[in-house]
Design a protein. Structure first.
Length: 293
């Protein structure tokens, strides 16, 4: 029986991967034209690129991030690219009033909301866990609790528009690796919460989609700075990653995996079948001597 499971599960994973990424799912930029969208973590990296893609699609944008000067430049560029409207609210997601402020701005400006893209993260890096529990609490507040707070605050408007929640997560939220314990914990929490919430929506017949995006190594400035001394790999382009996330949200997919060569259903299945092997491969791919304690 065991051998049958070992053969069947990988085949099932391949079939599911083909189903989820079949070309029969056609994405048309018109799907997002005129949509009212909040993007968090929008001053740089993947969030900035999502804002530019949405601007070209003539969406209405409300952007947020910590750095006001960067947000101003992104908003200006979005308007140049053709955004139907673009505005920003700067602030840190450990400020518990910020989610309500963002949702009020969307309601006052647009009278509703079509898509909430949760993309922000707290400052993190690769290091041995130092025992700093307060740091774990702070990172959980930014990377997880604020996601829940924003989704909760936005839900009445999303129910009305039958809109979408897009959660940007990481492979670190599916497979725990060394040197990212607090960060990985927050991403596992996102997966657990939003996967559970999706099922409650289905039970209650709430037509709000939840797309969880499982990302690998992307060439954002912060990721390259943190990862390049430790992992020998080529990061995937943030521009394409941003477009894949938007495509997944517009098509109301359950999940987006990017880049597919590194983040796949097959890898997750192998992790379940042979966890020690996968963890050994991960450890051996790191330049441990470059990791700070």
């Amino acid at each position: 029986m065991g051998w049958l499971v070992k053969i069947f599960l990988p085949l099932l994973g391949a079939a599911l991967a083909f189903y989820f990424y079949s070309e029969s799912e056609s994405f048309n930029e018109e799907m997002l034209r005129g949509k009212r969208v909040i993007v968090t973590g929008a001053s740089s990296g993947i969030g900035e690129q999502m804002a530019y893609h949405l601007a070209r699609m003539e969406a209405h944008l409300l952007l947020t991030a910590r750095t006001e000067a960067k947000l101003q430049k992104v908003v200006e560029r979005c308007l140049e690219l053709g955004a139907a409207s673009a505005r920003y609210i700067s602030g840190s997601m450990d400020n518990r009033t910020l989610p309500q402020e963002l949702v009020r701005e969307a309601e006052n400006s647009w009278g509703g909301l079509d898509m909430l893209i949760l993309n922000h993260i707290g400052r993190s890096g690769f290091s041995y866990f130092s025992g700093d529990v307060e740091r774990v609490r702070n990172l959980m507040e930014i990377n997880f609790v604020s996601y829940v707070a924003l989704a909760t605050a936005a839900l009445p408007m999303l129910k009305e528009s039958e809109g979408s929640i897009v959660v940007v997560s990481s492979m670190a939220g599916r497979i725990g690796g060394p040197f990212t314990a607090p960060y990985s914990a927050t991403k596992f929490a996102l997966d657990g919460f939003f996967s559970s919430l999706r099922q409650e929506f289905i039970i209650d017949k709430i037509n709000v989609s939840i797309t969880v995006c499982i990302l690998g190594y992307i060439n954002t400035e912060s990721a390259v700075r943190a990862v390049s001394p430790i992992i020998t790999d080529t990061p995937a382009p943030k521009e394409e990653c941003a477009l894949e996330i938007l495509r997944g949200g517009a098509l109301r997919r359950r999940e987006v995996h990017y880049p597919r060569r590194a983040v796949s259903s097959m890898l997750l299945l192998v992790r379940n079948l042979a966890p020690e092997f996968v963890e050994s491969v991960i450890r051996n791919s790191y330049h441990v001597e470059n990791v700070r304690r």
